[in-house]
Ligand binder design. Structure first.
Ligand SMILES: Nc1ncnc2c1ncn2[C@@H]1O[C@H](COP(=O)(O)OP(=O)(O)O)[C@@H](O)[C@H]1O
Ligand SMILES: [Mg+2]
Length: 310
């Protein structure tokens, strides 16, 4: 379990992380979501014992940040942002080096290196020096060093940054596969990643926690939750007819898309399809919306900025 209490980091007068408190339990994949400069990396560095908090504390699997940092680091795998690596080493040499640094014995080290390379599909480049690798492979080497000792806690700073869509998919699959018996914290500014990967998301801006919720819970905060968006041949006529329905709260016409927002608990889908049938409009698109995460994100981080609360 991870327990953070009022974690704070100041650089001079500037507060990068401002009193973050949260707990994370086994089996959770927690996403730190926030704009650039929100304090995600700084928080992760503190949790991994690489940066001392200005105030506040955290404990990981019972080890306090300010106590035995060696024991703390043993139970953590950390992928730093940008994943600095030793460019002149080959992939195999680097992972063997990491295994030694993790105090794995000869046979354990060999097995861990082999398994990890297989898991991350690094075998084809095992004899290549790291500086000659593509960005995607470098990121995977970074992940390999983080998971090599099979830690209970994984702290991964933008794990899919710079990867192409196939590689992103692969890395997400890998992370999901490890989630069951671990605690995983990832940071991202990619909203789809939160939905694809996280069981829980914390939206952070300017060092403060704004929202802590499940991805589904976040999406439900969207004003588009349960709205219906459609593209019809007579949008103006449809807009005025649909706005008359008792199930409709409001209609918005943007470019060629018509969005109908429901009254609370109304069966809007039946009402809209009924109206479409009756008026014989030609519908080229119709979607029932679960909600738009990007809108929620902008709403939450923008509102905080406007109020000057962050
Ligand atoms: N060593 C440092 N000295 C001064 N300011 C820093 C330092 N490291 C980070 N910051 C500032 O702290 C804020 C949070 O940074 P960071 O944690 O990297 O954000 P994120 O990872 O969410 O993009 C930023 O405004 C950044 O410029
Ligand atoms: Mg960062």
């Amino acid at each position: 379990m991870i327990e953070a209490k009022s974690l704070t980091k100041q650089y001079g007068d500037f507060t990068a992380v401002d009193g973050l408190s949260f707990t994370v339990n086994e089996g959770e994949v927690l996403g730190f979501l926030g704009p650039n400069g929100a304090g995600k990396s700084t928080t992760m560095k503190m949790l991994s014992g690489f940066l001392t908090p200005s105030s506040g504390t955290a404990s990981i699997q019972g080890h306090d940040l300010t106590g035995d940092t060696l024991a703390l680091r043993r139970c953590i795998g950390y992928l730093p942002e940008g994943a600095p690596l030793y460019g002149e080493m080959t992939v195999r040499q680097f992972l063997q080096f990491v295994a030694r640094a993790r105090s794995l014995s000869g046979s354990d080290a060999k097995r861990s290196v082999a398994q990890t390379m297989q898991r991350l599909n690094l075998e084809p480049v095992s004899s290549q020096t790291i500086e000659t690798l593509s960005k995607g492979y470098k990121r995977r080497v970074g992940l390999a060093q983080a998971i090599l000792h099979d830690p209970q806690v994984l702290i991964l700073d933008e794990p899919t940054d710079g990867l192409d869509p196939n590689q992103k998919h692969e890395v997400r699959r890998l992370i999901r596969g490890m989630a069951e018996d671990k605690i995983i914290i990832i940071s991202t500014h990619i909203l789809e990643e939160v939905e694809a990967l996280c069981s829980r998301a914390m939206i952070i801006a300017e060092g403060r926690l704004l929202v802590d919720d499940t991805p589904r819970g976040l999406v439900r905060r969207s004003r588009y939750h349960n709205a219906i968006t459609l593209v019809v041949d007579h949008p103006q006529q449809a807009a005025s007819a649909l706005s008359e329905l008792p199930e409709t709260a409001r209609v918005e016409l943007k470019e060629h898309e018509l969005t109908v927002f429901p009254q609370p608990d109304a069966d809007l889908l039946a009402a809209v399809t009924g109206a479409v049938d009756m008026h014989r409009w030609t519908v080229s698109e119709l979607r029932w919306e679960s909600g738009r995460l990007d809108e929620v994100f902008r709403e939450i981080t923008g509102r905080a900025q406007q109020r000057g609360t962050v």
